[in-house]
Design a protein around this ligand. Structure first.
Ligand code: SF4
Length: 70
């Protein structure tokens, strides 16, 4: 990930996300493969940025290694 040589931590805003919530690397070879391959889904994105952030926060909590039981 450009800007994160050791990897991006969950919850840390990507430095390539612009103020109007667009990817500054879109269409460039520097855009990470994981971002290129991620296909938006209604289940993930919802109908608004607020809904998407709420879903992401819930998924983060559900998959937090410190709280996931085995
Ligand atoms: S698509 Fe990837 S590189 Fe672009 S803003 Fe989002 S996380 Fe950052």
């Amino acid at each position: 990930m450009p800007g994160f040589p050791a990897g991006k931590l969950a919850g840390v805003r990507c430095p390539h996300l612009t103020g109007d919530l667009r990817c500054a690397l879109f269409g460039t070879p520097e855009r990470p493969r994981v971002c290129v391959d991620l296909k938006p889904q209604l289940e993930m994105c919802g109908a608004s940025a607020e809904e998407a952030m709420a879903t992401l926060a819930a998924w983060e909590a559900l998959t937090d290694p410190g709280t996931v039981s085995t």
